[in-house]
Design a protein around this ligand. Sequence first.
Ligand code: MRU
Length: 352
Amino acid sequence: MKGPTPPIEWAENHIRIIDQTLLPTELQIIEVRTAASAVAAINRLAIRGAPALGAFGALALVVGLDESAPSNLQEAIQRLEELRTFVGDARPTAANLRWAVDRVIDHAVSSSKTLEDLRSALLREAHKVAEEDAAACQEIGRLGHELLRSATTIGTHCNAGRLATAGTGTALAPMYAKAEAGESLRVLASETRPLLQGARLTAWELADAGIDVTVLPDAAMASQVLSGQVDAYIVGADRIAANGDTANKVGTVSHALAAREADIPFYVAAPTSTIDLAVPSGDHIDIEQRDECEVHEIQGKRVTPEGVNATNPAFDVTPAHLITAIITEVGVLHAPFQKSIADAVVQAGTAR
Ligand code: MRU
């Protein structure tokens, strides 16, 4: 049986991705054959979601290396050093992007003696990043499913599903597991202004899987939560600091505050590759600022008066004390997060 179209695919010498800016109206595949077009796709959110950016960025290194046609190993290594920042820093908040780029370059360079070795090692390690992410999603789905067994109506924000990872998703993986187990499930997806990842992407992929999904304006979620109509929240993460403070799509913190007020669980689901131990707390996380026009316009049509200002932070930080637990592939982490996170990273490093 044919499954859903994969959001990222390697096709011998180029990358094929779903252009997520066009969903749900159009399911269009684009081919990425240069480093510049890979970075452009990242910047305009044709490909997005922290773990998917890691998997894509890793493959973009191969495309970027081939494009420069180096004549020897030294030239190739020099090219990879350019790509490390050009691709790796294309979006600053999503930890997995630079993490995957560093991992793949460092592994390939340290294990290769010839140009041919280097290219094969890059591609092999890039595939490994994606395979490990798919396995992490599977385990997050299993662990999240156990935590959410008694929850029927579950809130989520942005898109942390199969479009955002190399597998079934982080926050959405437990939803797929619940649906597969035949449990009753209704997902409330907040629309996620300004780029509508909830309304366009979460709604599209869950509906495609036959899961009951209702889209709400971002501003409507808190009253649903406070009136007792939501059993639990689960969201993804772009970067998790050493103390558990979590950057995710802007608006996440307001959902966490509502959840705390209503005394319902607020779960963060993410692979350990999203954890950044070099960042001690949320106020050290670099929050990507995007173009004002995304706020001024809705799907290309200006909605604000000419001459007014707009500000467009792509992410916000949910303080650790508002998070019930962080669901990773190596286990469910609880407070004190400083310790549980440090232990999880060690465990994941050993498993890798
Ligand atoms: O700007 P985006 O669409 O890349 O933001 C994505 C999110 O905030 C996701 O929740 C996060 O990357 C986790 S994806 C599994």
